[in-house]
Write a protein that binds this ligand. Structure first.
Ligand SMILES: Cc1cc2nc3c(=O)[nH]c(=O)nc-3n(C[C@H](O)[C@H](O)[C@H](O)COP(=O)(O)OP(=O)(O)OC[C@H]3O[C@@H](n4cnc5c(N)ncnc54)[C@H](O)[C@@H]3O)c2cc1C
Length: 413
């Protein structure tokens, strides 16, 4: 009997895996907690670094063209926003896959029929039993479905890291969490009234924080009372480390813009290097936050109307806690891939490629972690790499080495 595939998450990699399964005529279901491309919907106002041609495959394009010959694709060089990409590629793919797609279906936990976590560590018996998926719909009704193979493509954007030092919540942060923004806020769009003419604390030293600070600085041009205090742990006056000769020009432009804002004294942005958050007290909707921080060894307390903590994302490991997943203690990604990534010397995610089918294996037979989640805390992941992973995982699933339904998808390391 044909093996049943469960694909967790309808982001770009889950959808691409589904397309691959469909082309191979394998039975599959995609379980998506929210909407199609849920995270792309949430940060969809942000412009991608990678051009359209890098974020699509020949398989996807031809499936869409066949389904809807009228569909017009953007040019390969187009730098789309997340939502534009969703409309141009992800949603048309989802339309093709709709009979096998269950949205508003949260995968809570995955286990094995007949086996507890501590049983059959060799996996010989486990591999003969199906997975059991505990699913919850939007009315909070639970049910179980079974599958022979599980592809966990649930990404990381749904689970934020904490703003406190050492990665743990600062004092009071857990209680204040519902009032803090941890994602990419649409500052120049629908969230404008939330931030215009407010004092805002931005925490973080990566591209997300850079995006946030750049948008806030733009907002401040027309709303002069907007004031941004930007904290990062890094030393020096420039929070963003530029990648030498960065071929993703949009990314480099963002780094330059954010570094300029950090060093300029005439913008409404005040940058503090080597600064960590020690405590956050939410004082109420009208009174904002009281934040204790330590800057170059000295403690100080300031008040803010808003806090945006762009401090990274982390994989949800609860889904597979009853399975045998060997994780990297540093990245929380699956160990084999993490070990390969540790050997990667280049900081440039464009240089990243799939490290081959074998690195996708976990000790749990037929359970694979793909996409952004496969990189764990490592934020170098690109959609392009995920497409290669999809191709590689299907060589494992089908046992056909060299199986490649993508034409022309090549990444050189
Ligand atoms: C602001 C921003 C800009 C970016 N720009 C680029 C870029 O230019 N180029 C690039 O290549 N990459 C970019 N990335 C990275 C990009 O997000 C990832 O490469 C891509 O989204 C990873 O796809 P994915 O399918 O692995 O996961 P995701 O896109 O994260 O999708 C995961 C899906 O799983 C669902 N899900 C989560 N938990 C569950 C559950 N328990 N049950 C069921 N469903 C679940 C989610 O709702 C979501 O739809 C950017 C990321 C951000 C945040």
């Amino acid at each position: 009997m044909a093996k049943k595939l469960a694909i967790l998450g309808a982001g770009p990699i889950g959808l691409e895996a589904a397309l691959y399964a469909r082309a191979l005529q394998m039975p599959f279901t995609i379980f998506e907690r929210g909407r199609v491309g849920e995270y792309w919907q949430r940060w969809g106002h942000v412009r991608l670094f990678s051009p359209f041609g890098m974020n699509v495959t020949s398989l996807g394009r031809s499936a869409i063209a066949k389904h809807n010959p009228e569909h017009e694709f953007p040019g390969d060089d187009a730098l789309l926003s997340g939502r534009e990409h969703l409309a141009a590629y992800l949603q048309p793919l989802a339309d093709i896959l709709e009979d096998n797609l269950q949205t508003d279906t949260h995968v809570m936990l995955v286990g094995r029929r007949g086996f507890l976590k501590n049983e059959d560590p060799e996996g010989a018996g486990r591999s003969k039993q199906p997975f059991r998926l505990l699913l919850r719909d939007k009315k909070s009704a639970d049910r179980i479905e079974e599958a022979d193979i599980v592809l966990d493509c649930t990404g990381t954007y749904g689970q934020h890291c904490w703003a406190g030092e050492g990665g743990i919540p600062s004092v009071g942060e857990v209680t204040s969490e519902p009032h803090i923004a941890y994602g990419l806020e649409d500052i120049l769009g629908e969230r404008r009234p939330q931030y215009a003419n407010k004092s805002i604390l931005v925490v973080g030293g990566g591209y997300s924080a850079a995006t946030t600070v750049s948008s806030l600085a733009k907002l401040a041009e027309d709303n002069q009372s907007t004031w941004v205090t930007w904290l990062a742990r890094c030393p020096g006056s420039q929070p963003l480390k530029r990648i030498p000769n960065d071929s993703l020009k949009e990314r480099d432009r963002l780094a330059v813009r954010a570094n300029n804002l950090a060093t300029r004294t005439d913008a409404n942005v005040e940058f503090h290097a080597q600064t960590v958050v020690e405590g956050i007290e939410f004082q109420g909707q009208d009174r904002g936050f009281r934040v204790t921080m330590r800057s170059a060894g000295k403690a100080k307390t300031l008040e803010f109307d808003r806090i945006i903590a762009n401090v990274g994302y982390t994989p949800d490991r609860m889904i597979y806690r009853e399975l045998h997943i060997h994780e990297c203690y540093a990245s929380a990604g699956p160990m084999k891939l993490a070990a390969a990534l540790l050997g990667e010397k280049s900081q440039d995610c464009l240089r990243q490629a799939s490290y081959g089918a074998d690195t996708l294996r976990t000790p749990e037979p037929n359970f694979y972690i793909l996409g952004a989640k496969s990189y764990g805390r490592n934020s170098n992941f690109l959609v392009r790499v995920g497409f290669e992973q999809v191709r590689d995982v299907f060589t494992l699933i089908t046992g056909k080495a060299g199986l490649d339904l993508y034409k022309g998808l090549r990444i050189t390391r």
